[in-house]
Design a protein around this ligand. Structure first.
Ligand code: NAD
Length: 359
């Protein structure tokens, strides 16, 4: 059955990088991938055209799509909008919420060709391949009650860190299944020495473990996990954690690779519908100059093929093509040690496409 894919270029460098990723998607179609690709507006671009960062038409198309490829949203043009509900980021949050995208997969892979781009010693990071599974729709970012109010003559701010057993269980299953397909090591990160909510988190992970006898489950407190990520990151394979800890740890892990322009991500719901996007933002400082790195977005297409479209062979082909262009020394400025690029955005897209066809 033909599956629908929605491409949302967004703002800043979004249109430039999704254009290159869409060419790879078209090459997959030519090789038999049975998909229908549509485009729509989101973020600042949607606000400019329709007065809303997530127009009803875009949301409807997103609901009907098996997978969404998003560039990035936001930029200084919209930072001064007084009505916060109209800010570009609300478009992204609205998509996550409406589609129930609770499982965020953030790989941190260091391509050996780029080891010198990391701020850590090459021997510490070379060969790094971590998958962080972050819960995305619950925890302290969404817990109620929350607010700032007057108490005993001064203002007090508060939030609620809450997870139900079912929320922990569904993200736990995503992580256990991911671990069983990789090196069978899963580290669950919590703060069970201080926070009751993460005592429950740990209990639920332990309860799931016998269902995945091939996976070796360990637990680590979040402060230690942060330390271990920069001390000896290669000890980790799959990590699973809540929304806030995952937000922080996945950015730290991303930076181990030294190259924000290389990192894809996926956000999935219970039916395997997913939104795929690079980890970086809309980079307004370099937008429209044909110098942005499109590889994170191209690698997001590979994740889409693997996790929503059940086409792992095409995914592997894209990843191999990216490896080949790096072997050939092609670099946008963000992945060079000296900041001097050897190819433009479009030329990088050309090279990946050519390598894909050669595979
Ligand atoms: P950013 O990731 O956009 O940029 C940080 C730095 O990295 C900039 O110097 C940028 O030029 C560079 N960079 C980012 N992606 C690159 C690429 N593909 N190739 C080469 N260089 C790249 O983060 P920021 O500057 O903090 O945010 C800019 C805007 O993006 C803001 O409006 C922010 O809200 C938004 N943002 C959006 C998302 C998203 O859509 N998911 C995520 C983060 C930030």
């Amino acid at each position: 059955m033909t599956q629908k894919i929605l491409v949302l270029p967004g703002d800043g460098i979004g249109p430039e990088i999704t254009a290159q990723a869409s060419r790879i998607l078209a090459a997959c179609q030519a090789r038999g991938l049975d998909v229908e690709v549509e485009e729509a507006l989101v973020g600042g671009a949607a606000y400019d055209a329709h007065g809303e960062p997530l127009p009803a038409e875009t949301l409807q198309k997103a609901k009907e799509a098996r997978a969404i490829l998003l560039g990035a949203v936001g930029g200084p043009k919209w930072d001064t909008l007084e009505d916060l509900s109209k800010r570009p980021e609300k478009g992204l949050l609205g998509l996550r919420k409406n589609l129930g995208l609770f499982g965020n997969l953030r790989p941190a892979i260091l391509y050996p060709q780029l080891a010198s781009a990391s701020s850590l010693k090459p021997e510490v990071v070379s060969g790094l391949d971590i998958m962080i599974v972050r819960e995305l729709t619950g925890g302290i970012y969404f817990g109620q009650p929350r607010g700032i109010e007057e108490r005993d003559g001064e203002r007090v701010g508060y939030n609620t860190y809450v997870y139900s057993e079912s929320e922990i269980e569904r993200i736990g299953r995503v992580a256990f299944e991911m671990a069983s397909k990789r090196s069978k090591k899963l580290c669950s990160v919590d703060k069970a020495n201080v926070l009751e909510v993460t005592i429950l988190w740990r209990e639920v992970m332990e309860r799931l473990a016998p269902e995945y006898p091939d996976v070796d489950l360990s637990h680590m407190y979040v402060d230690n996990a942060a330390m271990q990520l920069v001390r000896a990151p290669k000890q980790f394979d799959v990590m699973v954690t809540g929304n806030m800890f995952g937000d922080i740890l996945s950015d730290a892990a991303a930076m181990l690779t030294g190259s924000i322009g290389m990192l894809p991500s996926a956000s999935l719901n219970e039916s395997g519908q997913g939104m795929y996007e690079p980890c970086h933002g809309s980079a307004p400082d370099i937008a429209g100059q044909n110098i942005a790195n499109p590889l994170a977005t191209i690698l997001s297409v590979a994740m889409m093929l693997r996790y929503s479209l059940d086409a792992p062979a095409l995914a592997a082909r894209i990843e191999a093509a990216v490896g080949e262009v790096l072997d050939d020394g092609l670099r946008t400025a963000d992945i060079t040690a000296d900041g001097v690029m050897t190819v433009s955005t479009a030329a990088m897209g050309d090279a990946v496409l050519a390598a894909f066809e050669r595979q």
